[in-house]
Design a protein around this ligand. Structure first.
Ligand code: N01
Length: 530
């Protein structure tokens, strides 16, 4: 740990940082990882709330860089729980002996580019300064929690939790009055389990979310065996899909089907479970009329499940399905039939304040023993902007991204030489299966560093024109999708004051891969090398 000069500093030891470290080591680069948490796993280290699972099927939400790893690891369920995914991350750290180059419990506070030496000086919470040729941000897309600044928030006398920063000790809600604020993925996973424990659960809902059943189940050993025998083919098919997932995408238009055909197709996908529901037709995110048919099917399911029609209506989303990220649940709607669960609609009358005793909505105060903030994240940019990043000429990232993130391919930033972002804004990232997207970025960055080393080049940064053109392209393709039109964290709408820009690249994995390869084939087109 005494060394303070590296080829690369990697910020974060989630799936991105871990693989980046492994890859760079293989190429003979020296690297140090700084990780704010006490262990590896990133998202899966922090998000320990009840019911936390991945909504990408476990066999696909896994690394593919090592055949041996793929073959030796057995996922126990169709959708892995947070503890199982964390065990997987720990297994990878052990298998590839990663921990010796990771400094845990250390937050990166600043990174400054030294023009003279063409290197970064990275400052950490332990007061140390580390110099490095390359600074690689493996900081995750959903890693800075968002807690709305409710009046009186610190006066609450009970227990307070955020789903994204859940305690490591188990939390017991037995006999307690619990309030959950938010109804996104984290809330939808945790509410059914909290309801089973709590004396009473109040769900504070501003916007109802669409959710489809997971139909989670243990994985049959025969199925696991078949997957392992065919892993290469599964991965190959996934790379050809817009979201990087091997799933059945119907190329037909919803509007060409009869109502009965549509109902059958939606029902079939509902019964299968998971996000493949949105693959029912090719135009669900291109045509409002097509989208309405898929949305109405879900609303009908809510009405069938929730006994009180008024409550069913309050739980029914009215916006474009798939615009906010589609949730995947186990028993979410049915939970509202329980006598110990109350939905509090805070759309018309927002939460007024948090008091010593609980949550106040208008004139009514809900007395609570615990509040769970399931209020999401300052997505994609939040974590990077919390680090004081200064590039060439002392320019700050905060200034550069004042009106929204700008990056070339979501990988690198004009004015910030030798700095890379893994799954940064402007890359497909959060619209895809994150693990393969991470692997593709890691491999692209590692190849780039090797290319520079072979040619004795010390500096790389995007040209401003290339970055501008990519940012314009990201915005143009977003504009053609219904996904960009509603208030979601994809556009920063959940954080007051955040610039409203559709941050990920929605042009699909195959188009993005082609572009990344083309840039390399043309000698790092759009980059200045020195
Ligand atoms: O956060 P969210 P999340 N007053 O932003 C509400 C991934 N993920 O942690 O919709 C009242 O989706 C807000 O209301 P509204 C996944 O990518 C994956 O649940 O803004 N309410 C919303 O209901 C996911 O999309 C998995 O009106 C307020 C909620 O808080 C992403 O993480 C599991 C409020 C926030 O929902 C984020 O999910 C979990 C206020 N002032 C997460 N401010 C899986 O793989 C916010 N809200 C399964």
């Amino acid at each position: 740990m005494s060394r303070s000069k590296f080829d690369a500093v990697i910020v974060g030891a989630g799936f991105a940082g871990m693989y980046m470290l492994h890859k760079l080591r293989q190429l003979g680069f020296s690297a140090r990882v700084f990780e704010a948490g006490g262990g590896v796993g990133g998202t899966w280290y922090w998000n320990r709330y009840p019911g936390a699972r991945c909504d990408v099927e476990s066999i696909q939400y896994s690394y593919q860089f090592s055949d041996e790893l793929e073959q030796e690891w057995d996922w126990s369920e169709r959708y892995a729980t947070q503890p199982e995914i964390l065990r997987y991350a720990e297994h990878v750290a052990d298998k590839f002996d990663l921990r010796r180059d990771i400094q845990f419990d250390t937050r990166v506070t600043a990174a400054t580019f030294d023009e003279q030496e063409a290197q970064w000086v990275v400052e950490t919470s332990d007061g140390a300064k580390t110099t490095t040729s390359f600074c690689i941000m493996a900081t995750g897309c959903l890693s800075s929690t968002n807690t709305p600044k409710f009046e009186g928030i610190d006066s609450f006398a009970g227990e307070r939790y955020h789903t994204g920063q859940w305690p490591h000790e188990s939390v017991d809600f037995t006999g307690k009055r619990v309030g959950v604020i938010g109804t996104g993925s984290s809330a939808i996973q945790s509410i059914p389990l909290i309801a089973q424990q709590a004396a009473h659960l109040y769900v504070f809902q501003r916007t109802p979310h669409y959710t489809v059943p997971a139909h989670n189940a243990p994985l049959d050993p025969a199925y696991r065996k078949a997957v392992k025998a065919n892993y290469a083919a599964i991965r190959r098919r996934a790379w050809q899909m817009p979201n990087g997932l091997d799933f059945e995408l119907n190329q037909a238009s919803a509007l060409d089907a009869t109502p009965e055909e549509r109902r059958r197709e939606y029902e079939r996908r509902w019964e299968y479970g998971g996000v493949t529901y949105m693959g029912a037709y090719s135009d669900l995110l291109a045509s409002q009329e097509a989208n309405d048919t898929a949305a109405q099917f879900v609303r009908d399911k809510i009405r069938e499940t929730v006994r009180d029609p008024k409550l069913a209506e309050l739980l029914s989303p009215r916006y474009i399905i798939g615009c906010k990220r589609l949730c995947v649940d186990t028993d979410y709607w049915a939970t509202f039939n329980r006598s110990n669960v109350t939905l509090v609609d805070v759309r018309e009358t927002p939460i007024t304040a948090i008091t010593r005793a609980g949550i106040k909505v208008g004139d009514r105060e809900y007395a609570l023993d615990a509040i769970v903030f399931a209020t999401g994240f300052d997505a994609m940019t939040g974590t990077l902007l919390r680090i004081d990043i200064r590039g060439a000429g002392g320019a700050t990232l905060r200034d550069k991204w004042h009106d929204g993130p700008r990056a070339y391919l979501g990988l690198a930033l004009a004015g910030f030489p030798n700095l890379f972002t893994i799954t940064g804004p402007g890359s497909p990232s959060v619209l895809t299966n994150m693990l393969p997207s991470i692997e593709q970025h890691v491999e692209w960055i590692a190849d780039c560093m090797r290319y520079l080393r072979e040619r004795k080049l010390r500096r790389i940064e995007p040209l401003r024109d290339a970055e501008d053109a990519w940012v314009a392209h990201v915005s143009e393709v977003a504009g053609a999708s219904l996904r960009s039109v509603c208030s979601s964290w994809y556009v920063g709408a959940n954080v007051p004051g955040k610039a409203r820009v559709f941050m990920p690249y929605i042009g699909g994995v195959p188009a993005y891969l082609r572009k990344c390869k083309e840039v390399v084939a043309k000698g790092y087109e759009g980059f200045a090398l020195a």
